[in-house]
Design a protein around this ligand. Sequence first.
Ligand SMILES: CC(=O)N[C@H]1[C@@H](OP(=O)(O)OP(=O)(O)OC[C@H]2O[C@@H](n3ccc(=O)[nH]c3=O)[C@H](O)[C@@H]2O)O[C@H](CO)[C@@H](O)[C@@H]1O[C@H](C)C(=O)N[C@@H](C)C(=O)N[C@H](CCC(=O)O)C(=O)O
Ligand SMILES: Nc1ncnc2c1ncn2[C@@H]1O[C@H](COP(=O)(O)OP(=O)(O)OP(=O)(O)O)[C@@H](O)[C@H]1O
Ligand SMILES: N[C@H](CCC[C@H](N)C(=O)O)C(=O)O
Ligand SMILES: [Mg+2]
Length: 493
Amino acid sequence: MKLIELLDGIGFYQTTESIQDIEIVNVEMDSRKVKSGSLFVCIEGYTVDGHDFLKQAIDNGAAAAVICKDVDVDGSIPLIRVKDTGRALAMLAAVYYDYPTTKFPLIGVTGTNGKTTTTYLLDTIFEKQGKKSGIIGSIQVKIGNETFPVANTTPDALELNRIFHQMQEKEADQVIMEVSSHALDMGRVFGCDYDIGIFTNLSQDHLDYHKDMDDYLRAKSLLFSGLGNDYHQGKKKYAIINEDDESSDLLKRSTAQQVITYSCKQDADVMAKNIMLSPAGVAFNLVTPIGTTHIKTHLIGMFNVYNMLAASSAAIASDIDLEVIKEALEDIIGVDGRFEPISEGQDFSVIVDFAHTPDSLENVLQTSREFAKRKVYVVVGCGGDRDRTKRPLMADVAVKYADHALFTSDNPRTEDPVQILDDMTNHLSDKEAAFEVIVDRTEAIKHAVELAQKDDIILIAGKGHETYQIVGKTKYDFDDRQVAREAIKEKGE
Ligand SMILES: CC(=O)N[C@H]1[C@@H](OP(=O)(O)OP(=O)(O)OC[C@H]2O[C@@H](n3ccc(=O)[nH]c3=O)[C@H](O)[C@@H]2O)O[C@H](CO)[C@@H](O)[C@@H]1O[C@H](C)C(=O)N[C@@H](C)C(=O)N[C@H](CCC(=O)O)C(=O)O
Ligand SMILES: Nc1ncnc2c1ncn2[C@@H]1O[C@H](COP(=O)(O)OP(=O)(O)OP(=O)(O)O)[C@@H](O)[C@H]1O
Ligand SMILES: N[C@H](CCC[C@H](N)C(=O)O)C(=O)O
Ligand SMILES: [Mg+2]
């Protein structure tokens, strides 16, 4: 491909050399992957700066490079200067793969909690309709029944466009993806042509990255302000917004497209009425512009009613009948690692869940509390190299709702696990809170299982589907579900 054609996607750029005849074989953001004829894009990262690897990229054969600041290398290849290499990369990747997101309906889900769950609910609804979805998110990349591992909830622009291209080749009928606030802010999804944007909710998380909650919300709003206007091509675009969330007003105002609201509490386009919560699942009347139907599901908790409303709204906007939506939602047993029961025939309940924010922990603990016949135990920690300010808040929620909290490690990464636990619990020490600190997660889970008696509930929160524990920079095998099963079996022996 000609460099000049690729650069067409960027719009405004500066270069001092003639680039008319340069051929590009691929686009790379990592100097180590550059080969003869690559276009190298220098990205300022959090650990290192891609501009510092320009020399290596040139040595490896780069035909040209995209930069956003002065570099000190001899000008042996053309340098293309842009304002923001992150966003330029996203456009270059889109052009390289021939604008994949214009070739299938694209649904983006953003919000603090419920993104993964909503994408899987939608996947099931589309499957019932006989359609094959591509899914991109925290658990994996999935195309029909094929799955691939991922490093980020929303991959970098290069990887993302490669995945889109693969989904197109494998004939996915639509793509449903989680859009993290990091991705929106860093421009990983810049240029993606979303047909539907879904907002689940906003509560505290990621304040290590975002300056404050307003900045976090501003990042989320980019999904809705970025919904392009393709009416001339007969394409309809929708912003699907949780009316019951405090941020809904701002998000509704940030889009020029049609808004569909959903709510459990007030008038909205899509509503849940007569909600019945039980340990076997929630039931409600789904009230929509295309009719009303009763839905009796296996999913637990009020928060899942919201996820089902979000998914149903997007399904209706995608012209799916209510009957299909009902059948799909009633079929779903659960989502991997989300309120997942672990049963080895014991007389107490063990639930593994991915709650890793104060709000999600409160939701699942409140739900466990409502159904508990006896005591509720929680095993929980906070991730290292992540928002430190959520640590005491999560501990507060744990001791408020559980009879006994066991604070432990959850991916300490490069931080000292003991320091993370201190951050969680220092303020609790003087209060009369029932908690223990057990740094080793296996030991903490085992201890909870030993303590539990008939009809108690143990909630193991924070890691859900994860099959690892990251200590330092090493990823060790670790699965809460497996550890819990072994502990239950040991107790029974
Ligand atoms: C803070 C952050 O988001 N970091 C992301 C970022 O890493 P980084 O900034 O450390 O990159 P870097 O290693 O400094 O490299 C900078 C540039 O130099 C290049 N380089 C580097 C070395 C070299 O020898 N040559 C070279 O060219 C790199 O290829 C890169 O282009 O770019 C990487 C590649 O795209 C990401 O994987 C990485 O995500 C890390 C792993 C991460 O943990 N991110 C979290 C915070 C995140 O993004 N989370 C959200 C979801 C949150 C949620 O759902 O709640 C997500 O979407 O995953
Ligand atoms: N709508 C919701 N509101 C609040 N909490 C929720 C909601 N849905 C799920 N949860 C809780 O949040 C946890 C994470 O849910 P899910 O994985 O669907 O969210 P996510 O937004 O994809 O998270 P992440 O930011 O890690 O990708 C669940 O295990 C559950 O405890
Ligand atoms: N997407 C979230 C997942 C957090 C999961 C939790 N187990 C942790 O490691 O903090 C993040 O990267 O912040
Ligand atoms: Mg997720």
